[in-house]
Design a protein. Structure first.
Length: 79
């Protein structure tokens, strides 16, 4: 099932927004350094997910969140 997700790195004090089909596998990949961009922020903690019917919908939501360019907005999604 496709997801849009938000990760947080306490080390970097930053959020990462992404979309995937297998959330468990993707979080594992982020935390083993599979992604060059997120390898410096290990460990990443999953803060938020949204489920979608298609990966296209999940990617659209990912872009919508990124376009907000607002930490306050991101944090409002998960309280």
């Amino acid at each position: 099932m496709p997801f849009t997700y938000i990760l947080f790195s306490q080390k970097l004090n930053k959020y990462y927004i992404g979309a995937c089909i297998d959330m468990e596998r993707r979080l594992y990949e982020h935390n083993i350094g599979h992604s060059k961009f997120t390898s410096t922020g290990i460990p990443w903690v999953l803060k938020y997910t949204e489920r979608f019917e298609t990966l296209t919908e999940a990617k659209k939501r990912e872009l919508a969140i990124k376009k907000m360019k607002s930490r306050k907005y991101i944090e409002s999604l998960f309280g």
